[in-house]
Write a protein that binds this ligand. Structure first.
Ligand SMILES: [Zn+2]
Length: 168
């Protein structure tokens, strides 16, 4: 199967719906609806000691369950970095619910589909990025809503520092 990260939303959603139809009886679907990734879930990960680590890996993201580490590929930025953050969260929260009824490719589709939907929530995006001390990035409407005020304050701060630097 083509790498899920390269799929358009249309393709991804089509395959997601197909899997859902094929495995309609599985509990994962109602679970995804009832328990979307929340602030509390993100806080729980922090509490449990999960952290991110930037590494030279070929995958966009990987989970090291034992070390409670989420590995992100070095150089990943903007939209792709943020989707990867939520993609790995999805694996942590939902793979065990999906269980053995789903193969690896199907779990990838579920994780990517969930990640792209969840990332659009700007409050959750902000909470995730800030909680784990990741660099905020603005590249679309959701990320703008999440970080514009923040980055404006940064700009203002840098401007003031420059001005004062010039005056002295
Ligand atoms: Zn994955």
């Amino acid at each position: 199967m083509e790498n899920v990260v390269e799929m358009s939303w249309r393709e991804l959603n089509y395959i997601f719906i197909f899997i859902k139809y094929q495995k309609a009886g599985c509990k994962i679907w109602s679970y995804l609806r009832k328990y979307p990734i929340s602030r509390n879930d993100i806080n729980a990960l922090k509490r449990e000691g999960w952290r991110f680590s930037i590494e030279d890996i070929s995958d966009y993201g990987l989970i090291n369950e034992k070390q409670r580490q989420i590995l992100l590929r070095r150089g990943l930025s903007g939209y792709q970095r943020d989707v990867t953050v939520f993609h790995e969260f999805s694996h942590i929260f939902y793979d065990y619910i999906a269980g053995s009824a789903f193969n690896k490719s199907e779990k990838e589709i579920i994780a990517e589909w969930t990640a792209r939907r969840t990332r659009r929530n700007h409050k959750l995006l902000r909470h995730a990025i800030r909680s784990f001390g990741l660099e905020p990035s603005i590249y679309d409407a959701s990320s703008y809503k999440a970080f514009s005020r923040n980055s404006f304050a940064d700009l203002e701060y840098k401007f003031k520092v420059n001005m004062m630097g010039n005056m002295s």
